[in-house]
Design a protein around this ligand. Structure first.
Ligand SMILES: *Cc1c(COP(=O)(O)O)cnc(C)c1O
Length: 226
């Protein structure tokens, strides 16, 4: 059994975010906590909804389609974030369901999303995902390709709000968070365009001290995934 109930875990994570924000002389309200509910069923999600959590993250379109329409009836103001890889042929479904897409990382996907958004007349916020550790098999564009991709996304009218990254596992994440923040600045992504989606259960406090505007936290809220 988890040591605490979900509402207590939520409060604990929020306190940690607040502490990290104070340390960095930032406002905690500038950090959005995304509860990563992938693999969690409605029974696990409901207590967090009851505790007031509204931003949730899913990594698969199909799973989110199965779970969220019913949950949204109990909480219509939920904000759903797609944090996993997106195939271009799922762009219509993703645009219909999600309020933010954190995994925009290639030209073909930009084209597909632009088409889907025009068709649906709905424009989820977009984060461009950067392969910050230059790892094979990881999602995200190469750092060198980011400027061109940003231009392309703007030309296609995608509402780009910042960058997202998943640092390499099992190494200190801080240098990668700092690099993502620097790349954002170097590309003129500041203010409303300067979103930084970075930090997970093991390192979200660090991410907040380095400027994260969105942290994606699963395990610390729900316990270890089955
Ligand atoms: C699963 C996942 C998370 C959450 O990971 P935890 O370690 O459980 O907090 C965050 N971001 C992405 C992209 C994920 O796939």
């Amino acid at each position: 059994m988890p040591p605490h109930d979900p509402a207590t875990r939520l409060a604990t994570v929020k306190e940690s975010i607040a502490r990290a924000a104070v340390l960095a002389q930032r406002k905690a309200s500038d950090v959005t906590l995304i509860a990563v509910s992938k693999t969690q069923d409605a029974e696990a999600i409901m207590p967090l909804l009851a505790a007031g959590q509204r931003d949730f993250g899913e990594n698969r379109v199909q799973e989110a389609q199965d779970k969220w329409p019913a949950l949204r009836e109990t909480a219509p103001d939920v904000i759903l974030h797609l944090i996993g890889q997106l195939q271009s042929n799922k762009a219509d479904e993703a645009v219909a369901l999600f309020d933010a897409i954190h995994s925009v990382d290639r030209s073909s996907l930009i084209t597909a999303l632009a088409k889907a958004m025009d068709k649906a007349d709905r424009r989820p916020s977009c984060f461009i995902q950067v392969n910050i550790g230059d790892e094979d098999q990881k999602g995200g564009c190469a750092i060198a390709d980011l400027p061109a991709l940003l231009t392309e996304a703007r030309m296609a009218n995608l509402p780009v709000v910042g960058l997202m990254a998943i640092p390499p596992a099992d190494v200190e994440a801080a240098p990668y968070f700092a690099l993502l923040a620097k790349i954002a600045r170097d590309n003129g992504l500041i203010g409303d365009l300067g979103g930084l989606s970075m930090g997970m259960s093991s390192d979200f406090e660090t991410a907040v001290t380095i400027g994260a505007t969105h942290v994606r936290v699963g395990t610390a809220l729900f316990g270890v995934r089955a």
